[in-house]
Write a protein that binds this ligand. Structure first.
Ligand SMILES: [Zn+2]
Ligand SMILES: [Zn+2]
Length: 114
């Protein structure tokens, strides 16, 4: 299977309180929860400028603000290759390219191939 443009979104369904669902042109379907998307924010401050993700392992930091109900304040398209998410915690520099989104698809088959 040779697909050069794998990350092509056919349809995007956005729920600000629940997350994002994407139907890909190749027939794949992705369902991203809010917290999952927030955890996978691709911006420099979230991923760390030295290429090392600063995300603490779950359970290491019990005082994280995960209790606060996270939601998206708004979502806007960036060209036709990405979306930008404004989070209720004030974070808004994350630009989620479809390429990135496809890579972080949380479905079981995708997780098992990475
Ligand atoms: Zn970020
Ligand atoms: Zn998948």
């Amino acid at each position: 299977m040779t697909t050069s443009t794998l990350a092509d979104a056919e349809h995007i369904a956005i729920s600000k309180s629940r997350g994002i669902q994407i139907d890909w042109k190749d027939g794949h379907h992705s369902d991203y929860g809010l917290q999952y998307l927030r955890d996978h924010c691709p911006c420099a401050s979230c991923t760390g400028s030295h290429g090392t993700p600063p995300r603490p392992k779950s359970g290491e930091n019990p005082f994280q603000m995960y209790e606060k109900k996270l939601k998206m304040d708004s979502v806007e398209p960036v060209g036709n290759y990405a979306i930008r998410i404004m989070w209720s915690d004030g974070h808004s520099t994350g630009i989620y390219s479809f390429d990135h989104l496809r890579k972080i698809c949380p479905c079981a088959p995708c997780l098992s191939t990475t």
